[in-house]
Write a protein that binds this ligand. Structure first.
Ligand SMILES: *Cc1c(COP(=O)(O)O)cnc(C)c1O
Length: 426
């Protein structure tokens, strides 16, 4: 073996996987089993006491899922990862380790519509209070800090407008406040942006999108950067204080720089239960093998489509950070030099009605609520994903009535442009 460190594309194919030791199977097998036989009573007791690592029950861990966890941790540059059933499950499990009832976290207002709902309503019922900030105004994060703030949550490339977040600037605010920075890296994928390189302490993903990549399997993942000192302030008792359910061990003291991933598994996933099916882990692993190829094509197509739209007379504006004229282009050059992603919005001079009409005339684009599929997708957020927000909140989150969101696939760009041309012109 050479001592060269493997590159990103090599890791996307190989990280975490070995030929199966009993059968020689080269693709990672689907370990479709709920539970695993113990060697003997002592082995069982030490597994349950966290003295040794191993398989117990698929709600807590599974060998197929473990390959996925190691692979995404390698691609993101983290110390460890935990796969869960969906992107939303990842968000619940992360915040459950950090917040007690009555605590607060700060979130950028430009977010996936489902996350806005989850934070505003479901999390409120747990006593976790979201305080909104504006990622275009870094000082708004500083102003939002209180003694009860336990975390800051942002998206690297933000839904739905494809804006680029200044991760380093917000990481500086988080460091100063002594709270971890959580970055939802779903729209970028680690191929375009690795948030840990820019100061993120925790990365979350909806694997459902670009990592799985084929619109066929839900999944989520949490990556621990291993950078945060959970015991410095006394603010994170789940990690720093003795755990009664594990003979009084302290997770950070015992597990060091992957304690957060362990907490998510043995306190979060074990008790809340959103386990990922090993079948879905297999599908997502297969998707990840081609992530670098797909992501580059997604980005190249998106740029061509954005340029076409920017020159069309029915289009009022295009919000794509890959365009030289875009207000986020400087940040895109810094954080995502290979491409500004494939999800972006544009607005139509004809307003709400034109948006609804365009969506109904497109033929190659599928009208549905997803992003990050091989297929090109379209949605009118104001009448769907963001319809529950009032008008002011719609505009603030980048989903005004005239806005259409595209997720550009890996088809031939000429066909995508022809479809948009007929739908806009007719
Ligand atoms: C889809 C999505 C989520 C939620 O993920 P699910 O897998 O649908 O639960 C979270 N964040 C972003 C940016 C998303 O696109």
């Amino acid at each position: 073996m050479s001592d060269r460190l493997p590159g990103f594309s090599t890791l996307a194919v190989h990280a975490g996987a070995q030929p199966d030791p009993t059968t020689g199977a080269r693709a990672t097998p689907i370990y479709q089993t709920t539970s695993f036989v113990f060697n003997d009573a002592d082995h069982a007791a030490s597994l349950f006491g966290l003295q040794v690592f191993g398989n117990i029950y698929t709600r807590i861990g599974n060998p197929t899922n473990a390959v996925l966890e190691e692979r995404v941790a390698a691609l993101e540059g983290g110390t460890a990862a935990l796969a869960v059933a969906s992107g939303h499950a990842a968000q619940v499990v992360v915040l459950q380790q950090l917040l007690q009832p009555g605590d607060e976290f700060i979130a950028a207002r430009k977010l996936y519509g489902g996350s806005i709902n989850q934070f505003t309503h479901a999390f409120k019922s747990f006593g976790w209070n979201v305080v909104w900030a504006d990622s275009d105004d870094i000082a708004s994060f500083e102003r939002a800090i209180t003694p009860r703030t336990k975390a800051i949550f942002i998206e690297s490339i933000a839904n739905p407008g494809g804006s680029i977040t200044d991760i380093e600037a917000i990481s500086t605010v988080a460091r100063k406040a002594g709270v971890p920075l959580i970055v939802d890296n779903t729209l970028a994928s680690p191929y375009l942006i690795r948030p840990i390189d820019h100061g993120a302490d925790i990365v979350v993903h909806s694997l459902t999108k670009f990592l799985g990549g084929h619109g066929n399997s839900l999944g989520g993942i949490i990556v621990d950067a291993g950078t945060f000192d959970w015991s410095a302030s006394g603010k994170y008792p789940m990690l720093s204080e003795p755990r009664p359910e594990y003979h009084g061990i302290r997770l950070q003291e015992t597990f060091g720089n992957f304690a957060f991933a362990i907490a998510c598994r043995v306190l979060g996933l074990r008790d809340l239960g959103p386990a990922l099916s090993p079948f879905n882990a297999f599908m997502i692993l297969t998707g990840i093998e081609t992530l670098p190829l797909r992501m580059q094509k997604h980005c190249d197509n998106a740029k061509a489509v954005a340029e076409f739209l920017a020159g069309h007379p029915a289009v009022a504006s295009v919000s794509y950070a890959g365009l030289a004229s875009d207000k986020y282009n400087q940040l895109a050059r810094k954080y995502a030099p290979k491409g500004a992603g494939a999800v972006f919005t544009f607005s139509l001079k004809g307003g709400y009605d034109a948006g609804v009409s365009l969506v109904s005339k497109l033929q190659l684009f599928s009208h549905l609520a997803n992003v990050g599929d091989t297929r090109s997708l379209v949605i009118h957020p104001a009448s769907t994903t963001h319809s529950q927000l009032d008008d002011a909140a719609k505009v603030k989150s980048g989903a005004g009535p005239d806005v259409v969101r595209l997720s550009i696939g890996i088809e031939d760009k000429e066909d995508l442009i022809a479809d948009l041309e007929q739908a806009l012109g007719a």
